[in-house]
Design a protein around this ligand. Structure first.
Ligand code: NOJ
Length: 734
């Protein structure tokens, strides 16, 4: 976020005119409360939807029928700087109050969780990162920005860039997976997409990177739990995506709920001031997570709300989401000197700067005509990009005897109630879609005139219907396409799980079909890596479909029939069984690497290898890597190899570059992703591929949080996943 001189002057002049109360108002984010019927806040309602206590239909019903109190008088009095919501008409009404009825006419920030699309819901982040396609990731974010702005939202609580190494944590679905490098490229693409097109104020929003920091490292994968890590792990693993986002100009960040090494992130001046603001250069602001300032009392770090508020603002937490603690107590803290005016002014300036940068002072309102258009139909261009993203994000995990792609004219049997659950394709945190836009897998297959019978049999939370199972067993087709996995409410916030196998009776259904000698192809719909050891061993083919968004059905159908050739790769490691988590490819070297000999680092009752490694994904063609050479230049290592398409179809391979710092002053990972590229080849075609490894990327953060480049031997790997690689060595003197 860069402001011109005039804009900076405007902010300073405005600040000079503000009363203490008006300043504190700018640091208060308010949410509408629901009135009548039941006494819950909008935040709570959103959370109920997210954690599955109510369905999308129930949510929509409550939202449309129920009266909400937007606390208009508080806005009128200048007590509110930001609100939460996605109702376009209301957005204009509230902006009108802020702009025309307050003393200084300061427009509102209107924030909302647009995590993977608003009307056009595209793949959940864990899936989309697997496309390894930065340009596409930017495009989907830019669609989200335009749709948000059309609905009056000017501030998106995205991207979520928590590196997630433990699939028990439900929120793995919301972020780009386990790798810091991939997550950093994802973060950059998303910031560019959300904030980049400033040609019109209708085209961009302020991004809010979250959750700062270490939220995903919660102990045991249990949401909101405590987080403990070394400085080098913090800097090498969890901070890089945030650094990348700040380099790309991200406007804001959300502090995480958890404590990090004993200090809640809401009141952590080391992470908020020293790292995020001073070192990474955030010139926008930090918002708390919902209710988090108050939760510092539960953490046992503040004796009451007043102290929690003082600790938060002094630590660099600029805006209070949802508690009104700043609004109610900050003025007296300023008066008694516990919080200085400088601290307050700095926070206010940051919030005002984002409002100025967004062009809200010139253009606070949205054009309600645009909304009418969206209400009729999503623009075709958005649908096309959404479908492309879904097609490029799905991952072919197994394809025994090349059973896929299927012949469209040959009849098969479709099973699994998830196949006919349109809303489920949207995944966690999808709050703005319309069911009529969602293409279920069954619908997608019908759209392509496939020849199949359908029996739902069972789903993640419904038991086997034996007459439907019998019908599937007795059907004349020997091929079964089984759509199995998780409901969208089974991942996302407050959805941590200890058991990662297919929920309910779905595995039992698959086993019954196998016993009847059916060839079973599984299409997975899930928001986290599942423990797939049994499925890998027994099924003919597996497509990881994640929650691919509203075009999921069409994308899966294109892949099943070979209209596209799968090219997605896994953004995270898959375990074989429960209990292997946390599981990730880039773990540090141990003195006793896992092997078949007894006294090595492993479990004695699981395979040594993961079920599917990071970066893994098959194609309907095959690729061969050979002739790896390394050439050193003053600033880089040019990594060159030969890639051939050795199969019978055109295909796209995501070539991946990993390094290992063989000997260093602290123990380093066994492999680290440092580059990737997509290469498309015709059958029989070969290409010499060069990836440039910048030497500045070959260092690491030590336990003082300092970035160091250490001379010595490096191993350089290239391959189509993190496990199957060519390797060469090079000595580097930086
Ligand atoms: C809680 C979640 O942790 C956060 O990601 C979200 O943006 C806020 N609530 C607002 O809905």
């Amino acid at each position: 976020m860069k402001l011109t001189k005039e804009q900076i002057n405007f902010v300073n002049n405005l600040l000079n005119k503000m009363t203490l109360e008006e300043k504190i108002g700018q640091l208060t984010q308010d949410s509408p409360s629901i009135v009548g019927g039941f006494d819950i806040s909008f935040d709570e309602l959103v959370e109920m939807l997210t954690d599955g206590r109510i369905s999308q239909t129930e949510f929509n019903k409550k939202i449309t029928n129920v009266k909400r109190d937007y606390h208009e008088d508080d806005i009128r009095n200048g007590f509110v700087g930001a609100v939460m919501g996605n109702d376009p008409k209301k957005a204009n009404e509230l902006q009108k109050i802020a702009v025309e009825e307050t003393r200084l006419g300061i427009p509102l920030l209107i924030g909302f969780d647009v995590i993977h699309g608003l009307r056009t819901v595209y793949p959940i982040a864990i899936a989309e990162a697997g496309s390894f396609d930065d340009e596409l990731m930017q495009k989907t974010a830019s669609i989200a920005a335009k749709e948000s702005r059309a609905y009056g939202i000017n501030w998106n609580f995205a991207p979520m860039i928590d590196v997630a190494r433990d699939s028990r944590w439900g929120r793995v679905s919301e972020g780009p997976g386990e790798d810091p490098y991939l997550s950093s490229r994802f973060a950059t693409a998303k910031i560019k997409g959300l904030q980049g097109d400033q040609s019109s104020s209708n085209n961009y929003v302020a991004a809010c990177t979250k959750h700062f920091v270490g939220y995903s490292a919660c102990e045991g994968g249990r949401d909101y739990n405590t987080t403990t890590m070394s400085t080098n792990t913090l800097f090498n693993v969890y901070l890089p995506p945030f650094k990348a986002a700040m380099n790309a100009g991200a406007c804001s960040a959300m502090a995480a709920f958890n404590d990090l090494n004993g200090i809640p992130c809401t009141v952590n001046s080391y992470t908020l001031r020293n790292i995020l603001k001073d070192e990474f250069g955030l010139n926008g602001f930090v918002v708390s997570d919902a209710n988090a300032i108050k939760e510092c009392v539960n953490h046992g770090i503040a004796e009451n709300d007043i102290v929690a508020g003082e600790m938060a603002i002094n630590a660099g937490l600029d805006m209070d989401m949802g508690t009104r603690i700043y609004l109610n107590h900050l003025a007296s803290s300023i008066k008694n000197g516990t919080v200085s005016m400088d601290v307050l002014d700095d926070a206010v300036k940051r919030v005002l700067s984002v409002k100025v940068w967004l062009g809200l002072f010139e253009n606070p309102y949205i054009d309600e005509k645009i909304i009418e258009q969206y209400d009729c139909a999503i623009p075709k261009e958005h649908i096309n990009i959404c479908k492309e993203s879904a097609e490029k994000s799905l991952v072919l995990l197994k394809n025994e005897e090349n059973i896929l792609p299927l012949d469209k004219n040959k009849k098969f049997t479709l099973v699994g109630s998830l196949a006919d659950s349109p809303d489920e394709v949207t995944g966690s945190w999808a709050l703005g879609f319309k069911s009529k836009d969602c293409v279920s897998i069954k619908k997608g297959l019908e759209n392509s005139n496939a020849n199949f019978d359908y029996y739902p049999i069972c789903g993640p939370n419904t038991s086997i219907n034996s007459s439907e199972l019998d019908s599937a067993i007795n059907s004349d087709s020997d091929i079964i396409v089984a759509v199995v996995g998780e409901l969208k409410s089974m991942s996302g916030e407050a959805s941590s799980k200890a058991n990662l196998i297919l929920p309910g009776q779905q595995r039992e259904m698959l086993a019954s079909l196998l016993r009847a000698n059916k060839k079973v192809i599984a299409i997975l719909m899930n928001g986290r890596p599942l423990a797939l050891g049994w499925e890998k061993e027994n099924l003919k083919a597996i497509i990881e479909g994640w929650h691919l968004g509203i075009q999921m059905g069409n994308a899966i159908s294109s892949a099943l029939f070979g209209d596209i050739n799968p090219s997605g790769k896994l953004s995270c490691t898959f375990p074989s069984v429960n209990g292997q988590e946390p599981l990730y490819y880039n773990h540090t070297s141990t003195g006793r690497p896992a092997s078949n000999s007894k006294f090595t680092s492993k479990y004695v009752d699981t395979p040594l290898e993961p079920c599917f490694p990071f970066g893994y994904g098959l194609s309907y063609t095959t690729f061969k890597y050979d002739s790896l050479t390394l050439k050193e230049t003053p600033s880089s290592v040019n990594v060159t190899f030969n890639l051939s398409n050795t199969g019978k179809r055109p295909g796209t391979e995501t070539v991946q570059l990993y390094i290992q710092d063989v000997t260093a002053s602290i123990v380093r990972p066994i492999k680290e992703l440092k580059g990737y590229k997509k290469v498309s080849l015709q059958p029989g075609e070969s290409q010499t591929v060069t990836l440039t490894l910048d030497k500045s990327e070959m260092g690491f953060y030590n336990n003082m949080g300092q970035y160091v480049l250490e001379n010595g031997l490096f191993k350089i790997y290239v391959g189509g996943n993190s496990k199957d690689t060519l390797v060469s060595k090079i000595n580097i003197n930086f």
